[in-house]
Design a protein around this ligand. Structure first.
Ligand code: ASP
Length: 353
């Protein structure tokens, strides 16, 4: 990965200026170098989203409608416990969802955060973009806005997620009044698969590039499990959990949101691409910044490396794509060249075990 020198910067600036002259009248859409077909990139839980987004874009759908329809599949799936319906709840057992969207052609964005009872926060975020003069609405206001637009309310806490939350609640302290089943003398709940799920993070992000050069992206999540009510991560924050610049590319993030917010992760990735880095280099650049700025002891291992993971995903205007994580072993989903598949993320550190 190279740092940008003055000559690279000037030539990329000159290239952007030249491309700027190709802007068309309707939306400020610029022509794009030819790509074979639509390309979509997503987090590893997003294979169905990339397939749907590519299918819709191929049929002429708007790029934002396409990625939102893609992530809706995962938002509505009770088996993905990191997104939408079935997501793990906050510390009080209530599911709170975060999402943002960005529409490349119009440079518009919308977001909702800490919204309850609505299965598809990404669609509410799109309406914030389309039907208000705001970019972000949170909490009760977001729910009222969704109600005004006719969204059905649902209890988002599935039985599986409730059991996982209950187990966390009963186990996380010895000095409160909650007793895990195995210590109660009334049975052992360890056989419950849901209650043993180890993860506390999870999200879906998905971006697409259409052959006409239009791009859009979406990120949606139930966020950090068992969070303090009202906690908002990076996912609904434009520039952190998602950023799209129709003239450069799109980026999204998953993992520890607090770390992503502090380096404006997705914006950092898109800016690095603007200045000449490939998507993978740009993701690694942001990941390195996270590692470098993680200074407090409780977030570092003994060797100084972060004790958490973050993954960044990027798709360039030219149809290049890539992803990077702090720790090895991560994958991302990509639909490109007619093939939908998981690929390895580049990484900063190799997991010891
Ligand atoms: N980034 C999300 C958050 O911090 C969670 C995740 O992606 O794992 O809320």
């Amino acid at each position: 990965m190279g740092t940008l020198n003055r000559r690279d910067f000037l030539s990329s600036a000159a290239a952007s200026a030249a491309l700027g002259t190709l802007v068309s009248s309707t939306f400020g859409i610029q022509d794009s170098p030819a790509i074979d077909g639509p390309i979509a990139i997503s987090s590893a839980n997003g294979l169905r989203a990339t397939a749907k987004a590519v299918e819709m874009v191929s049929q002429g759908a708007d790029t934002l409608d396409a990625v939102i329809a893609g992530v809706n599949i995962v938002e509505e799936d009770p088996n993905d416990m990191s997104v939408g319906y079935g997501g793990l709840p906050n510390e009080e057992g209530i599911v709170e969802l975060d999402s943002c969207v960005m529409h490349g052609p119009t440079c518009e964005a919308g977001a909702v955060a800490a919204i309850r009872n609505i299965k598809t926060p990404s669609r509410v975020a799109q309406l914030v973009m389309q039907r208000t003069d705001h970019v972000m609405i949170v909490g009760e206001g977001a729910l009222r806005f969704a109600r005004a637009h006719g969204f059905a309310e649902t209890n988002l806490l599935t039985d599986k997620a409730r059991k996982a939350w209950l187990r966390w609640k009963e186990q996380h302290s010895d000095s409160d009044d909650w007793i895990p089943a195995e210590k109660s003398g009334f049975g052992d709940s360890r056989s419950d698969v849901a209650s043993k799920l180890p993860f506390t993070y999870g999200t879906i992000t998905c971006s697409v590039l259409a052959p006409n050069g239009q791009m859009s992206g979406v990120t949606t999540t139930s966020g950090l499990s068992y969070k303090i009510p009202g906690r908002i991560g990076d996912s609904p924050i434009i520039g952190a959990g998602l950023f799209v610049d129709n003239e450069v590319g799109a980026a999204g993030a998953t993992g520890r949101g607090e770390a992503v917010i502090k380096i404006c992760g997705s914006h950092t990735v898109v800016e690095a691409m603007r200045h000449g880095m490939s998507p993978e280099e740009a993701c690694l650049h942001a990941i390195k910044q996270i590692a470098k700025t993680t200074k407090i002891k409780r977030l570092r291992r003994k060797d100084g490396k972060p004790n958490f993971d973050v993954k960044m995903y990027a798709l360039s205007k030219e149809g290049q794509f890539g992803a990077a994580s702090i720790w090895s072993g991560a994958k991302f989903a990509v639909y490109e060249g007619g093939r939908n598949r998981l690929e390895d993320c580049a990484h900063l550190y190799t997991r010891d075990s």
